[in-house]
Design a protein around this ligand. Structure first.
Ligand code: PLP
Length: 356
């Protein structure tokens, strides 16, 4: 069965906007897009519309992620891919998604905006493990998308690849499994993109916002079979990526940039261990969750008090007490060694004597 049959009927029949840039074959005299013929001061190419799916960027991402170029859709961060997946596959008021809280908030935001129902299947136990049997039991005929975040934000816990392939196999022909790997570079684990070829209903979200230091450029990818990639192309904005973002991404993704990313990841992984070891010795710290990402979820006797006390010292962490199962927790990103030292010194001061 074709993945297209799972998409909304309007999307299956959708005639995309035909952008002038997509019509251009040879670049000789460009009089088709009502652009200015003059570049703006200081920049050579910005008077022209960008490539809707920049070939050089897709090729480089495909090489880095180990997939074929036609398995890469690239857009304004993973957030845009999440939004487009909801719009492509979920009919408002009729279809549903499965989420496993506590997890990243954008899946629910995109679902609510599209009018899709949300079936929540909580992560289970002290280690916040994905309950695959419960996920499959929640997948009635209305469920079109199952979001799996690994390493999971905000817990830092991972889902084994066998669990992902089991879900994809069981949901074949019925729903897509979307694996969000925003933090995979910090995990040392293989990507679910290694099993894309056997699973046409699998999609993998990757981003340049975390390990690659490019949150401000807004570049993220969906790695998936051709049919899913083509569906997103059909309904995407005509020019999702600005040329400066594409140029910044290409510069960061060259060989030197890749080596730098690996050094940064190694530093952050080492710091994650050091900060973890220091935190667990502090009074008032109940538990630090084992994390394979670039942050730690920390359970505290007085999470709100510590959050405010850190803010008063100019250190901003994430208050995650509103998440189910994390009412006593803060999420702390791993920074530079100096920043982490400042965090630990501040926490020692705040927690000395056991009160916030
Ligand atoms: C940070 C993050 C992203 C990245 O989103 P972008 O839109 O690519 O910046 C995606 N998923 C999760 C779980 C995240 O925490």
């Amino acid at each position: 069965m074709s993945i297209r049959n799972l998409a909304r009927p309007e999307v299956q029949a959708f005639k995309p906007y035909l952008s002038a840039r997509a019509e251009a074959t040879v670049q000789a005299v460009m009089l088709n897009a009502n652009e200015s013929p003059w570049p703006p001061p200081g920049d050579g190419g910005l008077n022209r519309y960008p490539d809707p799916q920049p070939a050089a960027l897709r090729n480089r991402l495909a090489a880095i992620y180990g997939v074929a170029t036609n398995q890469v859709w690239v857009g304004r961060g993973s957030d845009e891919a999440i939004d487009l997946l909801l719009r492509a596959f979920c009919r408002p008021g009729r279809d549903a998604v499965v989420l496993c809280p506590p997890t990243f908030g954008m899946y629910a935001v995109a679902a609510r905006l599209q009018g899709a129902a949300i079936h929540e299947v909580p992560l289970v136990g002290a280690r916040f493990e994905l309950d695959a049997d419960a996920v499959l039991a929640a997948c009635d005929a209305t469920v079109k998308l199952v979001f799996v975040c690994t390493p999971n934000n905000p817990t830092g816990t991972v889902v084994p690849l066998e669990t992902i392939t089991r879900l994809a196999t069981a949901l074949h022909g019925r729903a897509l499994v979307i694996v969000d790997e925003a933090y995979i570079e910090f995990s040392g684990l293989p990507s679910a993109s290694t099993v894309l070829d056997g699973h046409e209903n699998l999609g993998v979200l990757r981003t340049l916002s975390k390990a690659w230091s490019l949150a401000g450029a807004r570049v993220g990818s969906l790695l998936a079979g051709r049919e899913i990639v083509d569906l997103l192309r059909t309904i995407m904005a005509p020019y999702p990526l600005s040329q400066p973002s594409v140029d910044a991404a290409l510069a960061a993704l060259d060989r030197d940039g890749e080596a730098l990313m690996h050094r940064h990841v190694a530093t952050l992984v080492g710091e994650r261990g050091r900060v973890f070891a220091a935190l667990v010795t502090l009074p008032g710290v109940r538990k630090v969750l084992d994390s394979r990402a670039n942050f730690l979820a920390v359970r505290l006797d007085d999470a709100d008090g510590v959050y405010r006390a850190l803010a008063a010292k100019g250190i901003v962490v994430r208050n995650i007490t509103r998440y189910p199962g994390l009412a006593d927790a803060l999420r702390i990103s791993i920074g530079t060694p100096t920043e982490n030292d400042r965090l630990l010194a501040a926490l020692r001061g705040i927690l000395a004597g056991g009160g916030a």
